[in-house]
Design a protein around this ligand. Structure first.
Ligand code: CA
Length: 721
């Protein structure tokens, strides 16, 4: 296998120098088609970025060095393109032969001349606005895959779409999920040898996770790999699912009110062509609280619940299970292992090891043997209080009992919290420095068991926990204290020594994905609306650009006619941007969303137009007249059905309308027409009448009015300073 790959690599390197000559290469029917050879040799193809993580190893390292530590101060904007969506932008662009292809919020695709910014085509899959309520974490999309002369896109409503790369015309599309259930796709497909591989999300909504492969030619499904059992396994079921069923109390999974189990694989994959193994990152349980998902005698639930929070290796041709490593056995904290999976070869204790690396939500940085799944090492990259370490013999975390919450017990303040020590934002690896750059977060979460909890798979989150706190004091100083305890850092991590070499603190927790280059640079945008270049060795900021908006997407770099470009899709959003910022927004100003593709080169001299003023309606709510009992009921329902989009404490993020400033607060009937009758469903605000009674909807209005009045008082406090 290795020998064949090397031959391919040499042929293809020659091929990429002069694309026209490529037509003679085996397996390549025309010059501009992407085939297995090109994907295998993506590392040597410095000009292009043809795969989500640039290479199958997903290192996000570019050999380009025309832009480097000596001249990065001459970097400037050379073109930009405004987007027609103002939600979170999380995509990694692909760059193929001088053209750049991006996806935006709402699963749209756009193509440009990569050197000049000339628009070439765009495609809108017309995802229904109502789909937004199925998405845990904004209407984002993280990118494309390419094969032949096509691009492949997963849409928020669960379709896989093949587009002609030259025109954006639809070649085929196939529905990959049961659209009656709350499945979504936000991740980028991966391609292995003519198969398009895609997972899905929805573990907050009661789905059962899987990854499937489709024929790149016609969209036929080739295999499907379920990540969790359904409790109905028998001797005819695949062995790996029979084994998984042994680790669950399967009563709930198999019951009529099954909660799906979760384990969605919504983002990370990597591929080792020599070992012929595809690695899949598996997400959290559904619901989060194991006590409700897999009940046990001691009140915290029972079993490891495979393959939640695991890295699973499968054969890409068949979807056959090969090995797994579970980062968080019996996960109950939303500790997904869907975070970036990265492959590298490195010397550890005198031996060259083929390793797989991941910094999942649970706060430990893992180095595994990617041939066997054997645990090599794991140390915390952020403060961790749910486990004291990892047993080197078993590879299992040594849990701290107080972090596990039972159904009736007291809440637990756990760090990292559900946002993770690291979320979906891609890391990058610099092979010369042997450093992994982690966009890390420090944010604890108070997990309060939800008493007498019942699943509701129709609409809203299914957690089995309360994650917002009703009695958070509406005091400006307290809110600032909470905000101050939440941090974001770029960490340069030595994976061999398992220790930090340097770190840089950001203005907020939710920051951009990372790019590393042979020019000795690391690029990353942040929540402070800056796009920065760091010295890869030291973390010194060498260059900064005022992006006017929070940047969460990862940058890429490419070259056209020998000139190096750096591109990043700017635009604030994603789960934290949409729903997680309550305390911080209450203490500071919201981060703005101005969605744009920004492209830089040495000597670039374009300026962005002046940012328009942020329109803020006055905070002028009706009088706070609801009873304490009504407000408590309103909080209870808000927390379960509204928080994910409208933020904790009803503090709007700026991405969607701020409820505290809504004119609808004035009128019971207008409020009912929106929340009960769904008159704004085309905008994504669907009817909640199947899950909420008119009285409960009215109680939510009372709660939001109450919160708005509290914040109006805090605003007065702020202005008096
Ligand atoms: Ca989750």
């Amino acid at each position: 296998m290795l020998r064949v790959r090397r031959e391919f690599t040499m042929a293809v390197t020659a091929c990429l120098v002069g694309v026209a000559g490529c037509s003679q290469e085996p397996g390549s029917n025309s010059g501009d088609r992407v085939r297995a050879e090109q994907l295998l040799a993506a590392g040597e193809d410095a000009a292009n970025w043809i795969s989500h993580g640039r290479t199958y190893s997903e290192q996000r390292f570019s050999p380009l060095k025309a832009v480097n530590t000596n001249n990065v101060d001459e970097l400037g904007l050379t073109w930009f393109a405004d987007m027609d969506t103002a939600r979170g932008q999380e995509a990694t662009p692909l760059v193929i032969d001088g053209k750049i292809y991006i996806t935006t919020a709402w699963s749209k695709v756009k193509a440009y001349n990569a050197a000049t910014g000339e628009p070439l085509w765009d495609y809108d899959p017309e995802v229904p606005g109502e789909t937004a309520v199925k998405a845990c974490c904004d209407t984002v999309n993280r990118g494309l895959a390419t094969w032949g002369d096509r691009l492949y896109l997963g849409t928020l409503d669960g379709r896989l779409v093949a587009l002609d790369r030259d025109t954006g015309a639809v070649e085929w599309e196939t529905v990959t999920v049961d659209q009656e259930q709350n499945y979504t796709i936000t991740g980028a497909p991966r391609i292995v040898d003519g198969m398009v591989i895609i997972g899905n999300g929805g573990a907050e909504f009661g789905v059962r996770g899987y990854v499937a492969a489709y024929d790149a030619d016609d969209g036929d499904e080739l295999w499907r790999f379920y990540t969790v059992p359904n409790g109905k396994e028998d001797d005819a079921s695949p062995d790996y699912l029979q084994a998984a069923a042994e680790t669950w109390n399967t009563d709930v999974l198999a019951g009529d009110t099954s909660i799906g189990g979760g384990g969605t694989a919504w983002d990370s994959m990597a591929y080792d062509p020599d070992l012929d193994l595809l690695y899949i990152g598996v997400g959290n349980g559904s619901p989060w609280n194991r006590a409700y998902r897999s009940p046990g005698e001691d009140g915290t639930g029972e079993g490891d619940n495979l393959y939640l929070s695991s890295i699973v290796a499968v054969r890409p041709k068949t979807g056959e299970y090969v090995w797994h490593y579970q980062t968080t056995p019996g996960e109950t904290w939303d500790f997904t292992a869907t975070q970036h999976i990265m492959l590298a070869d490195m010397e550890i204790e005198g031996k060259t090891r083929k390793v797989l690396m991941q910094a999942p939500k649970n706060g430990f940085f893992y180095v595994l043997d990617r041939e066997t799944g054997e645990f090599i090492s794991g140390e915390p990259y952020v403060p961790v209080n749910w486990a004291s370490g990892i047993d080197p013999k078993t590879g299992r975390p040594i849990e701290i009992a107080e972090a596990r919450v039972d159904i009736t017990g007291k809440p637990a303040l756990v760090t990292p919290g559900a946002m993770g020590g690291h979320n979906w934002h891609p890391m990058a690896y610099h092979p010369d420095e042997n450093l992994v750059y982690i966009p890390a977060m420090e944010a604890a979460l108070l997990y309060t068991p939800a008493k007498n909890w019942k699943a509701d798979r129709a609409i809203g989150w299914n957690l089995g926990f309360r994650i917002a706190t009703e009695d958070l004091p509406s005091d400006l100083n307290f809110r600032r204290e909470v905000a101050g305890a939440i941090k974001g850092r770029l960490i340069a991590w030595d994976p061999v020594k398992q220790e930090q070499r340097w770190s840089v603190e950001h203005p907020g927790p939710w920051n951009g994905g990372v790019l590393a280059t042979a020019g000795g640079l690391v690029f990353q945008g942040n929540s402070g609306s800056a796009f920065n270049a760091f010295d890869a060795q030291t973390g010194e900021i060498l260059w900064t650009f005022a992006a006017q908006t929070g940047v969460v997407a990862p940058p890429v770099t490419y070259s056209v006619d020998g000139e190096q470009f750096i591109a990043v899709l700017a635009g604030w959003g994603g789960t934290w941007g949409l729903g997680g910022d309550g305390e911080i927004i209450a203490a500071q100003a919201p981060v703005r969303n101005i969605s744009r593709l920004l492209v830089f080169k040495l000597g670039g001299a374009i300026e962005l137009p002046e940012a328009p003023d942020f329109e803020t309606l006055p905070l002028d709510p009706p009088a706070d007249k609801a009873s304490a009992e009504t407000i408590a009921l309103g909080f209870d329902k808000y927390e379960r059905y509204c928080l994910a989009c409208h933020s904790a404490s009803a503090v709007g993020s700026g991405l969607i309308p701020d409820l505290r400033r809504s004119g609808a607060l004035e009128s019971r009937s207008v409020w009912q027409s929106i929340v009960h009758d769904g008159i704004l469903s085309a905008n994504g605000m669907v009817s909640f009448k199947q899950s909420l009674s008119p009285e409960e909807i009215e109680a939510i209005r009372g709660y939001v009015i109450h919160r708005a009045n509290e914040d109006k008082a805090m605003d007065a406090q702020r202005k008096a300073e």
